[in-house]
Design a protein around this ligand. Structure first.
Ligand code: 2HG
Ligand code: ZN
Length: 470
């Protein structure tokens, strides 16, 4: 465990108060390991500021002392992007969790970085506003606004509402040079130069620390119907994805999983399989609207070829029961062992081929591995989860990510690059693109203190001594 310099800790405590700087390894340990257990690091201290001004002061102290810093929200990230892997200070945003200014006229809300997605959804929907936050994901009770912006999280409703970046109307952040940028007016049309909110979305804590955001809200859809469809193969399932997207505009979620993952979920949660038969491939489809979407969804489903079995319901508890089969995948897989998680996107026309091929790609490198595939089918986003291989054996990751890139896919669809995929970023980004990213990094974080182990290969700061932890 890196020991914290006493003067450094004193300076932090002078800003946030003694109670909000922890150096005791018993306390800091939980901040140093990611949700999967695959990424374990160490930190000299965890600091918990309560305001943007305090975050700026902490960044100033880090610059002065040459200490790198990693911002952390709910610590639900899956790519080692929010934990201190090279001895960084942890800056936890959890005390900054207020959600304010629900504006019913504009349909917007301002949320501090440490508020959870569930808190934003609850605040948006309070006093029967008829509004909600469009981003939704299984980790909603822990994942925070700041973390979901830093990763540009996708989640379950991207097909209808877009990703986190698409909800951002403005941002407040402390940049790596300690300056505060605040643009929270929320004008839906505002072409006054570079879009800093859009730039910080997906920047993984490498350019600035998001402290608050102005978020777009969407109308709550009062009617909702969920269908679980079974298919004999990935090919018919993906054909159905294409068909449904074209014929059912009420679709809000279109999720994919397979029998192996379903069986694991059933075993862990003590559930019965959802359909009478046990098909190999499944689509979970949810439609919503101001009027009952059941007819639209049912007729779209009946036009599909290859559906072997289906359950359709608009009853709340039964809908939630169907969702369990999808949402419990992550937890069920984690019980098998520490997984390698490859969150990839494939162009829809190449998706079925990829789904069939990927177990062979894995088996050719690691015959003992188990592969679980699931994800957000409408966006071509597949979560390739692999168990049964050592945590630090990257041969399988390499083979799968190369096959993704060869198919024109993305090596990170929604979880980010983090430290997990940094060495493969060049598969997706040209030398010119990487150079532009590095130029931006140097401009906004001149000392290179922000999350130096993430996204880009270490960017040597201009004319300065590399911060500790590099
Ligand atoms: C999901 O879609 C999350 O449930 C987690 O993105 C995916 O566990 C995973 O690989
Ligand atoms: Zn996902």
């Amino acid at each position: 465990v890196p020991t914290a310099d006493a003067r450094f800790v004193r300076a932090l405590a002078d800003v946030v108060g003694d109670a909000h700087v922890a150096t005791d390894p018993e306390i800091t340990r939980g901040y140093c390991v990611d949700w999967t257990g695959r990424y374990v690091g160490a930190s000299p201290a965890v600091v918990r500021p309560s305001s943007t001004a305090e975050v700026a002061a902490v960044i100033g102290i880090c610059r002065e002392h040459g200490v790198a810093v990693v911002a952390q929200g709910g610590n639900t990230g899956l790519v080692g992007g929010g934990v201190p892997l090279v001895g960084e200070l942890v800056l936890s945003l959890t005390r900054m969790a207020s959600v304010a200014n629900v504006d019913l006229v504009a349909g917007q809300v301002t949320a501090q970085a440490g508020s959870t997605i569930a808190q934003v959804q609850a605040a948006a929907g309070a006093s029967s506003s008829g509004l909600t936050y469009a981003v939704d994901l299984a980790s909603r009770a822990s994942a925070t606004v700041g973390g979901t912006i830093a990763t540009n999280a996708g989640g379950l409703r991207v097909v209808r509402f877009g990703d986190t970046r698409a909800q951002l109307l403005g941002i407040e952040a402390v940049l790596g040079d300690g300056s505060v940028v605040s643009h929270l007016g929320g004008l839906p049309r505002d072409n006054t130069g570079y879009d800093l909110a859009g730039l910080l979305a997906g920047s993984e804590g490498t350019l600035g620390i998001v402290t608050a955001a102005r978020l777009r809200l969407v109308p709550v859809q009062p009617f909702r119907t969920t269908a679980l469809l079974g298919f004999t193969s990935a090919f018919t399932a993906i054909d159905a994805v294409v068909g449904l997207r074209r014929t059912a505009p009420s679709i809000e979620a279109l999720e994919l999983f397979f029998r192996s993952g379903l069986e694991l979920v059933c075993e862990m949660a003590g559930l019965q399989p959802p359909l009478a038969s046990l098909p190999d491939a499944y689509l979970l489809v949810e439609s919503s609207g101001p009027a009952d979407p059941t007819d639209e969804l049912s007729s779209a489903v009946s036009a599909l070829v290859g559906v072997t079995d289906a359950a359709v319901t608009s009853d709340g508890p039964r809908r939630r029961a169907l969702w369990q089969y999808r949402e419990l995948h992550t937890e069920a897989i984690s019980r098998v062992g520490i997984p390698h998680k490859l969150d990839v996107a494939i162009p829809l026309r190449a998706l079925a081929d990829f789904l069939v091929e990927v177990p062979h790609v894995v088996a050719s490198v690691a015959p003992e591995a188990r592969v679980f595939l699931f994800g957000h089918a409408a966006d071509g986003n597949v979560h390739v989860n692999i168990t049964g291989i050592p945590v630090d054996d990257l041969a399988v990751d390499d083979a799968v990510l190369r096959s993704v890139a060869e198919r024109g896919g993305s090596i990170s669809a929604e979880h980010g690059i983090g430290s997990a995929k940094r060495k493969w970023l060049h598969l997706n980004r040209s030398a010119a693109e990487l150079a532009a990213m590095i130029a931006i990094k140097r401009a906004l974080d001149p000392d290179g203190i922000l999350n130096p182990n993430v996204l880009l290969s270490p960017v040597v700061p201009r004319g300065t001594v590399a911060p500790r932890g590099w």
